[in-house]
Design a protein around this ligand. Structure first.
Ligand SMILES: C[S@@+](CC[C@H](N)C(=O)[O-])C[C@H]1O[C@@H](n2cnc3c(N)ncnc32)[C@H](O)[C@@H]1O
Length: 305
């Protein structure tokens, strides 16, 4: 999707000078942004200090990027500390390959490590705490939020199993789930359960909601907001936030015409092409949405590309 992001920026912005990459990760997107726009200064945010260290080694020498260890939920205060409004805001949600591939980070059901799943290791809440101490009802709620059809059954299963002793590794949790799931459904079940726990550990939905609300506040007419999401729950949040600005709704017979404050740059969501999904299976689920913040004079009803 990197090419698509660059293409959108290229056709929608003149010369961006200041931008925020909310999910710096290993710095792949930021590197491409800096290369594409030679006058750009970028702030790269990440919750994960390991990722920041790697990105800093890769991009620090340029002197055109600042590295911030924080949640993108705090984008408003981060932007204000630089005293500038961003020309574009970018977020590539979810996990980096570094987090998925390192068993000891405890994100993956493919290899066993401590049940951790914290993007920010300085936070207290880990997957181990959720799996071993949250109530059956709370587990059911979070599994349901990831569309797990057997949410209640799995929540009961986990609370029964943990009576036998602490569930402390991703391998143990996987085994418990596998042993009570038909073979064909095992991968999807683990995917949904692990995702539900991870999203809770990292407060992913609420961070995203804060990011979106603050992005509009700190933008200026002409700013771009571009989000890549990998989960239908996240994409729904982005879609509904963008739609409210692309086609604002007012109650029937309301005397005022609603004015759009976003221009849709992707005509809904863009998906990865066949070539990309063949190379990278994770890109199957990616949805890219981008909008431009409209100024008062451009707020023409139903404006779109
Ligand atoms: C998919 S990776 C980004 C990859 C990056 N675009 C690249 O090209 O290398 C997502 C990154 O966002 C970070 N992240 C996720 N949620 C975050 C949040 N609320 N605040 C800050 N960083 C977050 C993760 O730690 C991870 O490093």
């Amino acid at each position: 999707m990197l090419d698509k992001c660059l293409e959108i920026l290229d056709r929608s912005l003149d010369t961006p000078l200041f931008a925020i990459d909310c999910t710096l990760g290993l710095g792949g997107h930021s590197e491409a942004f800096l290369k594409k726009f030679p006058s750009l200064f970028l702030v790269g945010i990440d919750k994960d200090e390991e990722a920041l260290e790697i990105a800093e080694k890769r991009l620090g020498k340029s002197g055109r990027i600042a590295f911030v260890h924080d949640s993108f939920a705090n984008i408003a205060s981060i932007a204000s500390s630089f005293g500038k409004s961003p020309d574009f805001i970018f977020a590539d949600l979810g996990l980096s390959s570094l987090q998925i591939d390192k068993a000891e980070r405890g994100f993956s059901y493919m290899s066993s490590g401590q049940l951790d799943m914290r993007m920010d290791k300085s936070c207290d809440l880990s997957a181990k705490e959720i799996i071993n101490f949250w109530s059956e009802g709370e587990l059911e709620r979070i599994f349901k939020s990831c569309q797990e059809p057997r949410a209640r059954y799995l929540a009961r299963l986990i609370t029964e199993e943990r009576k036998k002793g602490e569930i402390s590794t991703t391998g143990e949790l996987s085994e418990i789930l596998d042993s009570h799931t038909p073979f064909k459904e095992r991968m999807q079940t683990k995917k949904r359960v692990f995702q539900a726990v991870r999203m809770e550990v990292n407060g992913e939905k609420s961070d995203l909601e804060k990011l979106l609300g603050s992005s509009l506040q700190i933008s200026h007419p002409g700013s771009l907001i571009m989000i890549e999401s990998y989960h239908s729950g996240e994409d729904k949040i982005v879609k509904s936030f963008f739609s409210a600005g692309i086609s604002p709704k007012v109650p029937p017979k309301f005397p005022l015409e609603p004015e759009p404050y976003f221009q849709d740059l992707t005509r809904g969501a863009l998906k990865a092409g066949e070539e990309e999904t063949e190379k990278n299976s994770r890109s199957h689920s990616v949805r890219l949405r981008a909008v431009k913040v409209l100024g008062a004079s451009e707020r023409v009803k139903n404006q779109s590309l």
